[in-house]
Design a protein around this ligand. Structure first.
Ligand SMILES: Cc1cc2nc3c(=O)[nH]c(=O)nc-3n(C[C@H](O)[C@H](O)[C@H](O)COP(=O)(O)OP(=O)(O)OC[C@H]3O[C@@H](n4cnc5c(N)ncnc54)[C@H](O)[C@@H]3O)c2cc1C
Length: 364
């Protein structure tokens, strides 16, 4: 039986960036059930970095990740336009107020300025907020770079190694996987949609991490969206869309359907709802539906991520509940988690981050 310091279950962006952050300081094994590690949520995202996405509790992690992502060359300019229909205008004001004093720039846009960026905008959408800092993330490159850094630091990746059983043995963990048994001093739960089942196997706190299905459809539209179209976000949470290479559009109905953890596929009804909602916003003709996919966004009850040692099971560390913001927060979250896990001080780059907000012990 192999003996290591830290076993990380899940090699998506959460597990991979943590392994990159601690590989030099401990013997680390990344345990991944699939044959390639980006197969679940990490490979299915909409790939944006938005400081407001996920709300004010998530924002410090997103903001702190920005310079780290930029330094790696993973960010590309996008901008974000939050728009409101008549019924949504009060929501727009509340949304702006939530980020007062946060340092995030939200610039009011009137109808004329909306029209400049969104040709074909239908009536009834009169106000918006421009969030200029929003960017695209090259998720595949970021994930690959994290895995590479982890490997260079000495961490190993074991794929096709689904975890079957976890047992507390002599002050550590015995982890039985499809690829053999491992003994580890610390067990990190970075299993995404499977975080609650992993915690159950280990006898850790019963924090419900609920996987929710989110759908994206890629469309060809006429006229093609402007190349510099910002990410367009409904302030009432009914859709977002952004332009992709080749004049295509990525569109989501912002669905959040709770489902059991699984290899999730899109439902026809959600694609139809997405297209219907787009048609209420712009007069573009849908030429072709090119592809659709769905992925799981997994949330704790308060929708904040869960990072820290379990209150019940010693040496069990939570790295879960990254919802719809797990990519954009990944570098700062990994740096914070590395410090918590190794008992070190938080690096200066995380001065705006309060780890207490994310502690698993907040659930009692
Ligand atoms: C449609 C969609 C759009 C999104 N858009 C964005 C966005 O624009 N920006 C953003 O920041 N975030 C976005 N997200 C959220 C982001 O994708 C997730 O927060 C992030 O990928 C979570 O990473 P993870 O490593 O926790 O999960 P995952 O990538 O799912 O990784 C968990 C891994 O654990 C493995 N695992 C599970 N159980 C076991 C087991 N028993 N044994 C071994 N391995 C196991 C799984 O195989 C999986 O590879 C989006 C998500 C979706 C679905």
């Amino acid at each position: 039986v192999r003996q290591i310091d830290v076993a990380i279950i899940g090699a998506g962006i959460a597990g991979a960036s943590l392994a990159a952050a601690i590989g030099n300081a401990a013997t680390v094994l990344l345990i991944e059930g699939e044959s390639h590690p980006g197969y679940h949520s990490t490979g299915r995202s909409a790939a944006f970095w938005s400081e407001t996405y996920g709300g004010p509790v998530v924002q410090p992690l997103t903001t702190a990740s920005g310079p780290m992502l930029a330094a790696g060359g993973f960010l590309h300019p996008r901008r974000e336009l939050h728009i409101a229909d008549d019924a949504g205008e009060a929501m727009l004001d509340r949304f702006a107020a939530e980020f007062d004093g946060s340092g995030v720039v939200l610039e009011p846009f009137d109808r004329a300025r909306l029209e400049q960026l969104l040709p074909g905008l239908r009536g009834g959408w009169r106000r918006g907020l421009m969030e200029p800092s929003c960017t695209d993330i090259d998720v595949a490159a970021l994930h690959a770079a994290s895995l590479r850094t982890a490997r260079t630091a000495g961490a190993e990746l074991s794929c096709d190694a689904g975890v079957l059983a976890i047992e507390r043995v002599g002050g550590g963990w015995r982890i039985e996987t499809r690829a053999g048994t491992i003994n580890a001093a610390i067990l990190v739960n970075a299993a995404g949609a499977w975080a609650s089942p992993i915690a159950r196997m280990a006898g850790a706190a019963a924090i419900p991490i609920t996987p929710m299905r989110r759908t994206i459809v890629q469309l060809a539209v006429d006229p093609a969206p402007p190349a510099d179209l910002p990410l367009v976000m409904d302030v009432a949470g009914r859709f977002y869309f952004k332009a992709e290479a080749g004049g295509r559009l990525w569109l989501s109905p912002h669905d959040e359907t709770p489902v059991p953890a699984q290899d999730v596929a899109p439902e026809e009804i959600d694609v139809a709802i997405a297209i219907h909602r787009l048609e209420q916003v712009v007069d573009w003709r849908i030429v072709r539906r090119e592809r659709a996919w769905a992925g799981l966004r997994s949330f704790a009850p308060d929708r904040a991520p869960v990072y820290g040692f379990d209150g019940r099971a010693p040496g069990f560390f939570w790295c879960a509940g990254q919802g719809g913001f797990g990519i954009q927060t990944a570098p700062a979250a990994a740096a914070m988690v590395a410090a918590l896990l190794l008992g070190r001080a938080l690096p200066d780059a995380l001065s705006g981050v309060d780890p207490g907000l994310y502690a698993p012990t907040r659930f009692g």
